[in-house]
Design a protein around this ligand. Structure first.
Ligand code: Q9C
Ligand code: ZN
Length: 339
């Protein structure tokens, strides 16, 4: 399988996050990629650089003002006299206005962000753009006839919405890949999200659309991040009614229950009649993951890959979460090799 990846990911580094009441170094760190790259090397899967896509390509799923904010945020922060890592501390929750975008960088950051765990540093934009371009390239390669491709994206993307960032995500790589497949002639595209966390951004982007099915298996928002989306009664709206499907599972879920949900999710995708698939591939469902609570072992990841391959669809796999424990390399490559 061809792998698309950019070393520019490493420019996004030095971040901090508010985690359980404390400021700590970001769990989402460059070492994640080092673990995955060394497992890819052991499996003799070479990596190629992404193509260059214009900023315009991002606007198929994102708001122009939001993209401008991400691109210029760090420079604005510096102009305002600050340094270090950017984190927001106030958000437009119920009762507050959302129809005005504050001019000052702190207010603007709170307007576009939905958590205090997604830092912006000097090199963040370079990494974010390269990550999005990797997903777009992987989709283009599949549209040109390759059966499957893996975009080794960092930062991840599935929490980023049309005009929101959070959950370590800035631009929605999987949504960009799905839209690219649509634009290049695939009529019905399914997105299967197997990251531990609900893909709230991807769901939001396609919620009112029937041409992209969104199916997600994740820790229940009742107790798990992102807390405010991902329940089973979210089914889509308007023309998109029936084209979103969520499988929230309790913290502590192991392979037996996970496998049943995955089989059902794959049945939904089969019934939909998708002619291409995007997989939001998070491996934070692993039992050793430092911030998640499913109990999958490394031996289960090849089974996930084989089950997804059973759909026999042109497929773009996009890296999402999975935090820095060495096994994430083996787990990612386990999915890809079995696929
Ligand atoms: N420190 C992905 O797996 N952490 N994102 C919540 C704040 C956010 C995970 C507490 C976890 C986001 C792509
Ligand atoms: Zn996750």
């Amino acid at each position: 399988m061809r792998v698309i990846h950019s070393p520019l990911h490493a420019r996004h580094d030095g971040g901090i996050e508010l985690h359980r009441g404390e400021l700590v170094p970001s769990f989402e760190m460059p070492a994640r990629i080092a673990y995955i790259l060394s497992a890819l090397e052991r499996a003799r899967m070479p990596v190629e650089a992404p193509r260059d896509f214009p900023l315009q390509a991002l606007l198929s799923v994102h708001d122009a003002g939001f993209v401008d904010f991400l691109r210029n945020a760090y420079a604005q922060w510096r102009v305002a006299g600050m340094s270090g890592s950017m984190l927001p501390s106030g958000f437009p929750a119920r009762g507050l206005r959302r129809d005005r975008i504050p001019a000052g960088i702190n207010g603007m950051m709170g307007y576009y962000a939905f958590d205090a765990g997604t830092p912006i540093v000097e090199g963040t934009w370079d990494a974010v753009l390269a990550s999005a371009q990797s997903a777009l390239t992987a989709a283009a390669v599949v549209a040109e006839g390759e059966r499957s491709t893996f975009a080794l994206c960092r930062p991840p993307g599935h929490h980023a919405g049309h005009s929101t960032y959070g959950g370590y995500c800035y631009l929605n790589n999987a949504a960009l890949a799905a839209q690219e497949l649509r634009d290049r002639g695939f009529a019905r595209v399914a997105v299967l999200d197997v990251d531990y966390h609900h893909g709230n951004g991807t769901q939001e982007i396609f919620y009112a659309r029937e041409d992209v099915l969104f199916v997600s298996i994740h820790g229940t928002p009742d107790t798990e991040y992102p807390y405010f989306l991902g329940y089973g009664d979210e089914r889509g709206i308007d023309a998109g009614e029936g084209f979103t499907r969520n499988f929230p599972l309790p913290a502590g879920t192991g392979w037996d229950d996970y496998r049943v949900a995955l089989a059902e999710a794959l049945e939904d995708i089969g019934r939909y009649g998708a002619d291409a698939l995007v997989v939001s591939l998070g491996v934070d469902t692993f039992e050793g993951d430092p911030i998640s609570a499913f109990k999958l072992g490394s031996r289960h990841f090849p089974q996930i890959g084989a089950m997804i391959a059973g759909l026999r669809l042109p497929t773009v796999l996009v890296q999402e979460g999975g935090y820095a424990v060495e096994e994430i390399g083996e787990n990612v490559v386990g999915v890809l090799a079995a696929f």
